[in-house]
Write a protein that binds this ligand. Structure first.
Ligand SMILES: NC(=O)c1ccc[n+]([C@@H]2O[C@H](COP(=O)([O-])OP(=O)(O)OC[C@H]3O[C@@H](n4cnc5c(N)ncnc54)[C@H](O)[C@@H]3O)[C@@H](O)[C@H]2O)c1
Length: 416
């Protein structure tokens, strides 16, 4: 079996999660890491050793990393995308041999950056994979497989409702809309928008078969703008939502047109950083004519109970569930989140594609389309109207649009 030597840029939360995923697949080894903070890279290399996922070399630069790997995965913060891809392209032009480039979601903070990334990658013609794990979730794939005969007989799904919610991110840069790209819509709306579109798409059609025709959206700052919670953000992360806020809740509807029969289908997305249950919840459901599916990742067949007296024994509440908010009471435990959320299968697929000289299932151009939908959603919220994606003027406006929230002017839309 051919094995892809993978180099990681950024050694934080998602890098650690992906290392867990690598430990469950056979066609990837992690052979290098480069991170801005040397300590995080050292820790990551240690984790790789513990997990036996490869002899991970700690590199001092992007250029050094590319000498020791077949492919690079960009797992650093959103605001680093363009400069990192510029460095990678530069090293490839100077002779580094790479088989592919992975970028975590979101591809970019806006379409200006997304276009820049696409043009950079075009310069070296390297295969790409955009990492949107939810399209690889076994639960999503299983419902598609299971409901295929019903879909063929009755017609495709008409409505999906997808949400990803938790109590708020773990690092300050996520909360800073100028660095991250916005609030929860930029951070997690991209997941729910992508998986909603995918689940609606008839099983025998390509990813972009359904044409997005309009987007409506409402963004709000429901919890973290209140004085008590603003203070907590300021004390914990140094982020001041009194001055530069971002949305902690968003919901919207994207309407898609089936180009063959002209029929419309709708995908609703809902995302929040103010979710007050045990931890991260992905919820997806879909309605077809006469059939339906529902996924709720908080429904685990494993639950544990920790009473008050024993609560101190659970030192690390994150071990039960991503973004856990409680360490006592009745807790839902997911024993294999890397697999549950689709990380194992997205890595396995990308490695196989790169080893065959091809793009992953989701190339960066797909990430561009998702960025466009996220931008249209911000525009819909700002303008308080449904955005018509078939209007040429709207399409042109989206190309250079930077949401007010991303510009650091969230006060104009979130405090009214
Ligand atoms: N698919 C998912 O469900 C999922 C979950 C979490 C994060 N993500 C995405 O992964 C990316 C990273 O998120 P995270 O939660 O791991 O963040 P994080 O802050 O936990 O880790 C970021 C890492 O990147 C390093 N870094 C920062 N600037 C750098 C630079 N210029 N060059 C090299 N390394 C640099 C930091 O030192 C840190 O090790 C983000 O784009 C985020 O949107 C995806």
């Amino acid at each position: 079996m051919k094995i892809l030597k993978l180099g990681i840029i950024g050694a934080g939360f998602i890098a650690r999660f992906q290392a867990q995923a690598v430990s469950q697949i056979r066609n990837v080894k992690i052979t290098g890491v480069y991170s801005r903070t040397a300590a995080s890279a050292e820790q990551f290399a240690k984790l790789c050793k513990e997990l036996e996922v490869g002899d991970c070399r700690v590199c001092q630069s992007v250029a050094e990393l590319t000498q020791h790997v077949d492919a690079v995965a960009i797992f650093s913060p959103n605001f680093t995308r363009v400069s990192i891809v510029e460095e990678i392209v530069d090293t490839v032009k100077k002779g580094a041999h790479l088989k592919g480039l992975i970028c975590e979601k979101p591809l970019a903070r806006n379409l200006i950056e997304a276009r820049k990334l696409l043009s950079l990658i075009d310069e070296i013609g390297l295969p790409t994979a955009y990492f949107e794990n939810q399209l690889f979730m076994k639960l999503i794939r299983a419902q598609m497989q299971q409901l295929r005969p019903q879909q063929e007989q009755m017609g495709p799904l008409l409505l999906t409702r997808c949400s990803e919610e938790h109590g708020g991110p773990h690092e300050p840069w996520f909360w800073d809309p100028t660095q991250q790209g916005g609030g929860v819509l930029s951070d997690m709306g991209c997941h729910s928008i992508a998986v909603g579109w995918y689940a609606l798409t008839p099983h025998d059609q390509p990813l972009d078969f359904l044409q997005p025709v309009s987007v409506s959206c409402d963004c709000a700052l429901l919890k973290w703008g209140a004085p008590k919670w603003r203070k907590q953000l300021l004390d914990k992360f140094g982020i001041d939502y009194g001055k530069i806020p971002a949305e902690d809740f968003t919901t919207g509807i994207i309407t898609y047109k089936n180009p063959v029969n002209g029929r419309l289908a709708k995908a609703q997305f809902t995302n929040s950083w103010m979710f007050e249950k045990q931890g991260l919840r992905l919820f997806m459901d879909g309605m077809g004519p006469g059939y339906a599916f529902e996924i709720n990742t908080l429904n685990s067949s494993l639950q544990v109970f920790v009473g008050d007296a024993a609560a101190d024994a659970v030192a690390d509440s994150e071990s039960a569930l991503e973004k856990s908010t409680a360490s006592r009471g009745l807790l839902s435990v997911q024993h294999n989140e890397a697999d549950l959320y689709g990380y194992t299968d997205e890595l396995k697929e990308a490695a196989a594609a790169f080893l065959a000289g091809q793009n992953g299932f989701l190339p960066w151009r797909y990430g561009y389309e998702i960025t466009k939908l996220v931008m249209a959603a911000y525009m819909a919220d700002e303008q308080k109207k449904t955005i018509d994606l078939t209007d040429v003027q709207v399409q042109t406006a989206l190309e250079n649009y930077i949401p007010l929230i991303q510009q650091g002017k969230g006060r104009e839309v979130l405090y009214q």
